[in-house]
Design a protein around this ligand. Structure first.
Ligand SMILES: *[C@@H]1O[C@H](CO)[C@@H](O)[C@H](O)[C@H]1NC(C)=O
Ligand SMILES: *[C@@H]1O[C@H](CO)[C@@H](O)[C@H](O)[C@H]1NC(C)=O
Ligand SMILES: *[C@@H]1O[C@H](CO)[C@@H](O)[C@H](O)[C@H]1NC(C)=O
Length: 543
């Protein structure tokens, strides 16, 4: 129960229990004092220093929850009382972890049909924004009406010590946190979105911080920076003008019209946990209230199933793993693309394991092994795995960074483009566009990824990814306890949060200086004109 160390005022109460030789009256007196102390401190911490933590996760994407779950479970294991509103209740009960399951919205597992991505237009990220907006609206609406939320909201305001919410495509849950009057910690399972920077007082710098939806790394040419500048600001404004009012309408319908706008409430976010790490996603200027926890979902290794272990151990030429994540059904690939991959694999010496959701695969070569489900992280860390063919999702990319495996990525939507660009920039990744998939392109990409320089770059990223001053989960626990004990860590909140961006970027100062320079130059020009003008006038008079 290490968190007690952070809380010296609780130690007298603990000491009391061990001293058994005290006078009865003295004991009664101490008990009374203890009782008063406990009542006073109840709103802050529980009897034994444990916190009451509420998690609100209305988005039905399982890959997102893979980032939240280890944090919530870690808090329960550290002795805190955890309540979780989500679409993904625990299969096995965890002590002090109480689920409040949401239902009604389709869970986004194995649900994306690849035909949708045959060709992504250049403005694809704006279409995706509207899709996200629509998902956010539905998740907000159904969560606000859910019985799960009704249950957790029976508690009096101030009951919870910390509320942990996903900040993704809607700030709907900020309205709930406002009702419950508790400090808020935000989680983002992908790199920060354009609308996440301002609320934390972080700079939005499109010159080298690519917008989440863009297929760019921190190295951009002028055209890339122009597009990134435009997209970053446009998406930020679209969020403010579209998603915030939508969430406001639903929140105010539920809680009444005196609830402030969720756009304002979002500025009250105490801390932001983000699933990124500089070694993979690139260094960014982040204030101390934004904490990088990339890789927190990566668990201790588990033994592999016997058949997989045998394939991996006996592969003398190495193994290539193909997996397009939990959301994309591989058997919706067109026949031509599927055959292209199969023919390329037949020409390789390596063994190939493919996550393929069907019993059969036409023309399956002998070195190909299809499986419905894979323990991806344990396979990737096997020393014989040489290349990972993926869709560039952040979970898989983090696992590749952790295990040090080069990646051939085929991004399809969302943050997969930006993750892929980052891996390419780091020298550990190759991009293979979805529309280009065919026998020769797959062959060429895999052959390149097997080169030594990709291996070495992947190992360098892996070293930085794994060597941190503190494990990601320990960092998360420390900060959650800190936010609870300081009632929202007000010292972490920068004045920048309340500034207009015009002032934040010193544009007012630039404007002032420009005006001063303009006045100086203008008056000189005026003076010179006057003098020359009068001289010329004199001259004409003399003539
Ligand atoms: C919210 O859900 C209710 C019931 O399912 C539905 O009638 C209503 O139109 C929804 N509101 C929005 C804004 O989608
Ligand atoms: C498996 O593939 C066969 C042939 O390609 C197809 O007819 C069948 O519907 C697929 N099964 C599933 C469960 O997708
Ligand atoms: C802002 O957060 C603090 C705790 O950090 C909370 O007490 C306060 O009520 C919040 N303000 C609003 C407007 O929700």
């Amino acid at each position: 129960m290490h968190f007690l160390h952070n809380f010296p005022c609780m130690s007298p109460i603990r000491d009391m229990r061990v001293t058994s030789t005290m006078h009865p009256l003295k004991i009664m007196w101490s008990l009374l004092v203890a009782l008063v102390l406990l009542t006073l401190s109840q709103s802050e911490v529980g009897v034994d220093g444990s916190l009451k933590v509420l998690g609100l996760f209305p988005h039905p994407g399982i890959s997102h929850f893979h980032f939240f779950h280890p944090i919530m479970e870690g808090l329960a294991e550290a002795g805190h009382e955890v309540s979780v509103v989500s679409h993904f209740p625990n299969k096995n009960p965890v002590a002090r972890y109480k689920d409040f399951p949401l239902s009604g919205v389709d869970k986004l597992t194995n649900s994306v049909d690849l035909k949708f991505f045959e060709k992504r237009p250049f403005y694809g990220h704006f279409i995706e924004f509207f899709l996200l907006h629509e998902w956010g609206k539905q998740a907000c609406n159904s969560t606000l009406r859910s019985d799960a939320l009704h249950q957790v909201m029976k508690r009096r305001p101030g009951y919870y010590d910390v509320i942990i919410v996903e900040q993704f495509n809607t700030d709907c849950m900020m309205g709930v946190a406002h009702q419950l009057q508790a400090p808020v910690i935000a989680l983002s399972s992908c790199v920060m979105m354009p609308w996440h920077y301002e609320r934390m007082g972080a700079p939005l710098i499109p010159s080298h911080v690519p917008a989440l939806f863009m297929a760019q790394s921190q190295n951009m040419d002028f055209g890339g920076r122009l597009a990134n500048w435009f997209s970053t600001h446009a998406l930020n404004w679209m969020y403010k003008l579209l998603s915030v009012p939508t969430a406001d309408a639903l929140v105010q319908y539920k809680f009444g019209h005196d609830v402030p706008s969720v756009g304002e409430l979002a500025k009250n976010t105490s801390l932001f946990f983000v699933n990124q790490h500089y070694s993979l996603s690139g260094p960014k200027p982040l204030p101390p209230n934004v904490i990088e926890l990339g890789g927190i979902h990566i668990q201790k290794s588990k033994p592999l199933p016997a058949d997989l272990q045998r394939i991996l151990d006996s592969a003398e030429e190495g193994v290539i793993l193909i997996s397009w994540g939990s959301m994309i059904r591989a058997n919706s690939l067109s026949d031509a693309k599927r055959d292209g991959i199969v023919r390329a694999v037949a020409r390789l010496k390596q063994q190939v394991i493919w996550k393929w959701e069907n019993e059969t695969l036409p023309n399956k070569p002998a070195n190909m092994h299809i499986m419905n489900w894979l323990p991806q992280r344990d396979i990737l860390c096997h020393p014989n795995v040489k290349v990972f063919m993926s869709h560039g999702g952040l979970m898989g990319s983090s696992e590749a960074a952790y295990c040090g495996v080069p990646v051939v990525a085929t991004p399809m939507y969302g943050d997969q483009f930006v993750n892929t660009a980052a891996m390419v920039q780091r020298g550990m990744g190759i991009i293979l566009h979805f529309e280009d998939i065919g026998e020769n392109t797959v062959m060429r990409s895999l052959k390149r990824a097997l080169e030594k320089k990709y291996y070495e770059a992947a190992k360098a990223v892996s070293h930085a990814y794994n060597h941190r001053p503190q494990q990601a989960l320990q960092t998360a626990l420390w900060w959650v306890e800190h936010v609870a004990h300081t009632n929202g860590a007000p010292l972490l909140k920068s004045s920048a949060v309340e500034m207009s961006r015009f002032v934040y970027y010193s544009l007012d100062v630039y404007a002032f200086l420009l005006a001063v320079i303009a006045i100086i130059i203008g008056s000189w020009v005026w003076l010179i004109r006057r003098i020359c003008g009068s001289k010329a006038a004199k001259k004409t008079k003399q003539d």
